[in-house]
Each structure stands twice: as structure tokens, then as C-alpha cells.
Design a protein around this ligand. Structure first.
Ligand SMILES: [Ca+2]
Ligand SMILES: [Ca+2]
Length: 187
């Protein structure tokens, strides 16, 4: 853990959560696609639901493509490389956050809509826990409770604040947003 740079530490934990086969590099087909397939199965998608799941998959794919495009543009990767090592991933994520990248905003909006399985405008604790545990089964109810702080629900606006503070803020309480990404993280 890099105690001098808590934001980098969070980005490294996010990498670890996404690296399904634990080989130290992110690959769409080896790491991200299997996790998305598991999410589709867990949410029991029927043909009518393909749109909602398709949106989530597209949002992750766009984010992934943006990371890879930037890494190649900056000569950190060769054009034919298909996987992104940990260090390069953290640099690309940082770049997208600093540039207020549109794919991150789209991922935030799409995640909220996907997690919000009840027909309302807010996320409940069970809705957040269900999604976070698919990315990381070690996420526990108390990890999610930190996010809610006794309020019972999370609005679209609050979700966005947690999402970007986790990725960008040095403030200690920014870490609670990590459960949105399936990252188990206690201060
Ligand atoms: Ca991997
Ligand atoms: Ca809801």
C-alpha cells in the first residue's frame, strides 16, 4: 500500500478487483468480459433486459477502449498489445479522471441505472450490495453501510459524488465509494 498516495492506492485496489485471472495485467476477454458475463447471469437477464445489460457492457467497453487508446497514444503500449499492466492502468485512470473523461461519466450513469433494479430514483443497500459482491465476493453489508451513513438510500447525485470522490479525492472519507466498484476498502 502506498500510504503517501491514497488515490493511487485506491486505483491499484480497483485494478486488483478487475484483474479476474490475477496475472497482473487487464485484458478485456480474460478479465472484464467474464465479470460482465457473471453479472448478466446473476441478474437473470431475459431478452427484454438485453438493452440494460448491453448499456452496462458498452459503458465498460468504452472506458476500456479509452484507457487502451490513451496508453497507445502515449507510447506506453504497442498498438497490437491487448492488455494493460497495473502501473499503466493507474496512469491511464488518473489521466481520464483529471480530464473529466466522458466515458467515466457514462460509466457512472450506466452503473446507477443498472444497479437500480427497483422502480424508483434511488439505490437501496441491498441493490448496492448485490452489485458490489458480483465484482468482489468479500464485500460485506457493513462495507456498504458506510456509504449510506444511516440515510437508507443513495440518489443519482450522491452516487456521482461517491464515484468521483473515490477516484479523485485525497479526503479520507472518499474511500467509502470504493464499494461501488466492488473494492473492499476500509480507512
Ligand atoms: Ca488479468
Ligand atoms: Ca432502487
Amino acid at each position: 500500500m502506498d500510504m503517501d498516495n491514497p488515490v493511487l492506492d485506491r486505483h491499484e485496489k480497483l485494478f486488483d478487483a478487475l484483474d479476474t485471472n490475477k496475472d497482473g495485467a487487464l485484458d478485456w476477454f480474460a478479465d472484464l468480459q467474464p465479470q460482465l458475463d457473471r453479472i448478466a447471469k446473476a441478474y437473470s437477464f431475459n431478452p427484454d433486459d438485453v438493452g440494460k445489460f448491453g448499456d452496462l457492457k458498452s459503458a465498460y467497453l468504452d472506458f476500456w477502449a479509452e484507457c487502451m487508446f490513451n496508453a497507445v497514444s502515449l507510447s506506453m503500449l504497442k498498438a497490437d498489445q491487448k492488455s494493460l499492466p497495473k502501473h499503466e492502468f493507474t496512469l491511464m485512470l488518473r489521466k481520464l479522471v483529471v480530464e473529466n473523461d466522458a466515458t467515466l461519466h457514462n460509466l457512472k450513469r450506466t452503473m446507477f441505472r443498472f444497479m437500480n433494479t427497483e422502480k424508483d430514483q434511488e439505490l437501496s443497500e441491498p441493490e448496492v450490495l448485490r452489485f458490489a459482491q458480483l465484482w468482489n465476493k468479500d464485500i460485506e453489508p457493513q462495507d456498504v453501510k458506510q456509504l449510506f451513513r444511516g440515510t437508507g438510500t443513495i440518489t443519482d447525485e450522491q452516487f456521482g459524488i461517491f464515484f468521483f470522490r473515490f477516484l479523485n479525492d485525497f479526503l479520507p472519507d472518499a474511500v467509502v465509494g470504493g464499494v461501488l466498484f466492488g473494492v473492499r476498502y476500509r480507512p
